[in-house]
Design a protein around this ligand. Structure first.
Ligand code: F0G
Length: 456
């Protein structure tokens, strides 16, 4: 059961099918344009969408909004030091602000960055700086049937090849590996990457957005972690990093916030120089004092075993329910989301016409569920076509997830009714956020008779 009970509630929007149809048309069939007031169960992202605890809400009142040297900063700094084991702590308003500072500090045009897989904003910041991003995901990560427990790992051979080709100035390991299915990275793999980074003289950055989930999942299969608490396990991983970046909107259990942390004096100094230009003074870095307070508490709460066990179980329950229906899902389930293999599930829709996007449209029309495509629309060269159902933290109950499962069940029996999508308009960077699409050779109205309505 949920290891918490509900103290404040927010009414769930329940628009009927006609309103959903109107909303998705106005959104150019891109779920990022849907108003949240038209979404029933919102699994677009687990980023900043979670519920804060009563302890966090009360911490907000302690927020010290002094421009320089706020008390809140020192509480935040101590919490991040304890969480990461790193001395220098630089607050930023969210993960991509840390990525921008990193890119400006460590990269020049023409440089290269290697990674297990960069998240899309990290990649965009690298590319925006004129550098090249090289992803080296583990071969097992593409094998849906494999039960390899560390599908988030880097492919060490591919990474070494990239190093030998030259100009690699930074290594980024993303934990868990979001784009490769929220899969954990093993401590052993991170150690091997550290050795490569040392051998070729490049700093190792750990993107720790979901580090607590990573450690919880990894510990099941790694005897070395089994004697450690989650907090100790996190520090064992992060001890290998020169720099830690964190979008605290994930495992920081807050709605906004992030940080950079490092033991290296020279890097801390360089980060702070960019911080004052891009974000703010070093003791608030783009956040209010109250945000720093909520984050300090969130970092304590996320290492709770009961919280993590429930979180991971929620994801596994939904993944298991879909798998039982015969819907292809990435296995084993990751830490924050269920990933559906849309190209296999919708085998009648060619990859060129975005089966993943078609599924997001179908899920929204049938059950008011908002999911996101991780496929060709997100990155043209992605080798897979996934639909991600990210579970916000401490927000939905089992019956909300049962509604999502039911939505899939209905769409599964009628899947031939949905077809491909045409790209009508696409921005250059991060095109999936603002692309316009249209159904090709099918009419979304044809889903009216199977759409689920609340209260029926
Ligand atoms: N790193 C990872 C692994 C992420 O998943 C994200 C964001 C970021 C960095 C960027 O952080 O949003 O605070 O600027 N991921 C969200 C998602 C948006 O839906 O997966 P941000």
């Amino acid at each position: 059961m949920e290891p918490y009970r509900i103290k404040v509630v927010q009414a769930l929007p329940t628009p009927p099918f006609g309103e959903r149809l109107e909303a998705i048309r106005r959104a150019h069939f891109n779920v990022f344009f849907l108003p949240a007031s038209r979404v029933m169960v919102d699994l677009l992202t687990d980023s900043g969408t979670g519920a804060m605890s009563d302890r966090q809400w009360s911490a907000l009142m302690r927020g010290d909004e002094s421009y320089a040297g706020a008390e809140s900063f020192f509480r935040f700094e101590a919490a991040v030091q304890k969480f990461t084991g790193k001395r220098h702590v630089i607050p930023v308003h969210q993960g991509r602000a840390a990525e921008k500072i990193l890119a400006f500090t460590l990269l020049k045009p023409g440089d290269r960055v290697v990674s297990n897989t960069l998240f899309d904003t990290t990649r965009a910041n690298v590319v925006f700086r004129g550098a090249e991003a090289v992803d080296c995901p583990h071969p097992e990560s593409r094998n849906l049937a494999s039960t390899y427990p560390f599908k988030g790992d880097a492919d060490l051979d591919a990474m070494e090849r990239a190093f030998r080709e030259g100009k690699v100035r930074m290594v980024v390991m993303t934990l868990t590996n979001n784009t490769a299915g929220g899969q954990p990275v093993s401590l052993q793999n991170l150690r091997a990457v550290r050795e490569l980074a040392d051998r070729y003289g490049a700093p190792l950055v750990v993107d720790a957005a979901r580090i607590a989930e990573n450690v919880f999942l990894a510990r099941r299969h790694d005897p070395e972690l089994q004697d450690l608490s989650i907090a100790e396990g996190i520090r064992a991983y992060l001890a290998l990093a020169d720099v830690v970046t964190m979008s605290a909107k994930k495992d920081g259990l807050v709605n906004i916030g992030g940080f950079l942390a490092t033991d290296r004096e020279d890097l801390a100094e360089a980060f702070q120089n960019f911080l004052v230009v891009f974000e703010g003074f070093p003791t608030y870095g783009g956040l209010a004092g109250r945000d720093l307070e909520a984050l300090a508490v969130g970092l304590e709460e996320v290492v709770d075993e009961r919280y993590l066990a429930h979180r991971v179980e929620q994801v596994a329950w939904l993944a298991g329910a879909l798998r039982e229906m015969g819907i292809p899902v990435l296995w084993p389930p990751g830490g924050h989301a269920v990933f559906v293999e849309a190209a296999t599930w919708m085998a009648h829709i060619p990859r060129e016409v975005f089966p993943g996007v078609a599924v997001t449209v179908g899920l929204y029309l049938v059950g008011g569920v908002r999911a996101v495509e991780v496929g060709r629309l997100m990155f043209e060269d992605l080798p897979y076509e996934w639909v991600r159902l990210a579970i916000p933290r401490r927000t939905y109950t089992r019956s909300h997830l049962a509604w999502v499962a039911r939505t899939f069940e209905v769409l599964h029996t009628a899947r031939e009714r949905i077809r491909g999508m045409e790209l009508v308009h696409a921005p250059r960077l991060l095109r999936h956020f603002r692309a316009h699409l249209a159904p090709r050779d099918w009419n979304p109205e044809a889903l009216a008779d199977i759409a689920l309505e609340v209260g029926e």
